[in-house]
Design a protein around this ligand. Structure first.
Ligand SMILES: Cc1ncc(COP(=O)(O)O)c(C=O)c1O
Length: 397
């Protein structure tokens, strides 16, 4: 196993201002920078191509991931699409059939427009991916681990071996865990993608993304494309995201403590037919998650017993969980993947990926744990009242 510990603390510009001694680094909002003289270009000339504030964030994320550099983008999706610029029209991308719905839509639409070819596959069986590679000879393999919304875990080390056997790049979307809980490059991946909108910023007030690469040449190619197609982030968004990143370790500890407690409560409740949280021993990928992650994160999915009608009963009256898409903010959210985050998938694709009508996903925030547990317990009581027969018996009948 290639797992190794990488730094978790980055100073990121703290106490580096020589002009005024500012403890926090200044924010460079300027779109352009002067030339020192004719033919004397400075490090920065135009903020789409390069900006000191954005570079601070890029360096911090890259250091945490153990990469050779990063490109900070204006959305997570632009980070995802940026990586696909490494593919030509005849190249094949293999991606998980249960990846984030927006990635699924982008990959299938771009493939439909002839930009590259895509094959969606079930990544729970590395052997079947190898067989698919033998047939398709991919140029890139995409992982999302843990996956969204069912939190299935893919063996990054094993997938890196398969990708490299076929000369393909292994890309890992590390949005759900962040570099503090999982470092895909240390497990053999070539590129890491983030929606920084989620845990890295962590306050649900900036949309952004990042791509980190293992080699300087990949960083250079990605940065070239980011400037070419204009996917780089603004200085202000970068500064805000940097501010979020500075508290990531503290927030993640709290997210996970709350999530563990809620997952255990759900697991033992009759109104719940199934819980998906890799931190539970009952999760099919618990051992793998333990071996390649240093934490289990704050996302839980679960299916309510009683089917679709239970969803409304559970949701109505929740006080601490807001019905909303997205995840990874300090506030707790609940989402119905079939009609929200994964609505872009056809019903058939949803069912294929295990996304049923009674599935809910929680992004557990950092609020006071008893408040969250009480809110969930009351929601489950409403479900229990709705279904008169003992639910576990009804489900197994
Ligand atoms: C795993 C994952 N990757 C990428 C994205 C896209 O990020 P953004 O919404 O910041 O464009 C999301 C958004 O939910 C996501 O969950």
């Amino acid at each position: 196993m290639r797992h190794q510990k990488i730094t978790t603390t980055v100073r990121a510009g703290i106490d580096t201002d020589v002009q005024h001694g500012a403890v926090m680094p200044p924010v460079y909002l300027s779109t352009n920078f002067n030339f020192a003289g004719l033919g004397e270009q400075r490090e920065y000339d135009y903020s789409r191509s390069g900006n000191p504030t954005r570079d601070l964030l890029a360096d911090a994320i890259s250091q945490l991931e153990g990469g050779q550099g990063a490109v900070v983008t204006n959305t997570g999706m632009s980070a995802v699409v940026l990586v696909t610029y490494l593919l030509g029209a005849n190249d094949t991308l293999i991606a998980p059939h249960n990846c984030y719905g927006g990635c699924y839509r982008a990959f299938s639409s771009l493939a439909g427009a002839g930009r590259f070819k895509v094959r969606f596959a079930d990544f729970t069986q590395p052997g079947s991916i190898r067989k698919l590679c033998l047939r398709e000879r991919p140029k890139m393999i995409w992982l999302e681990t843990p996956s969204n919304p069912l939190l299935r875990v893919t063996d990054i080390d094993a997938m890196a071996d398969i990708a490299h056997e076929f000369g393909a790049l292994l890309v890992v979307d590390n949005t759900f865990l962040t570099p503090l809980l999982q470092q895909p490059l240390s497990l053999g991946a070539d590129i890491v993608v983030h929606s920084t909108t989620k845990y890295i910023n962590g306050h649900s007030d900036v949309v952004g993304g990042a791509v980190v690469a293992r080699t300087p040449s990949l960083v250079e190619e990605l940065a070239w494309w980011a400037n070419c197609v204009g996917s780089t982030a603004s200085a202000w968004d970068s500064a805000q995201t940097m501010r979020g990143l500075r508290t990531l370790h503290a927030r993640l500890r709290c997210h996970e403590e709350n999530a563990q407690a809620i997952a255990r409560a759900l697991e033992h409740h009759d109104a719940v037919s199934r819980v998906y949280y890799p931190g539970l021993v009952s999760h099919p990928d618990h051992r793998l998650a333990r071996s390649q992650q240093s934490g289990f994160g704050g996302i839980i999915s679960f299916e309510l017993a009683g089917g679709e009608r239970s969803v409304e009963a559970f949701l109505s009256g929740l006080k601490c969980f807001t019905l909303a898409e997205s995840l990874g903010g300090v506030e707790s959210l609940v989402c119905h993947p079939a009609t929200m985050t994964h609505a872009a998938m056809t019903e058939e694709a949803q069912l294929d990926a295990g996304i049923g009508p009674a599935l809910l996903r929680l992004s557990v925030g950092i609020e006071h744990m008893p408040d969250l547990l009480g809110d969930i317990a009351r929601g489950l009581e409403r479900v229990q009242k709705l279904v008169s027969v003992p639910l576990k018996m009804a489900c197994s009948a």
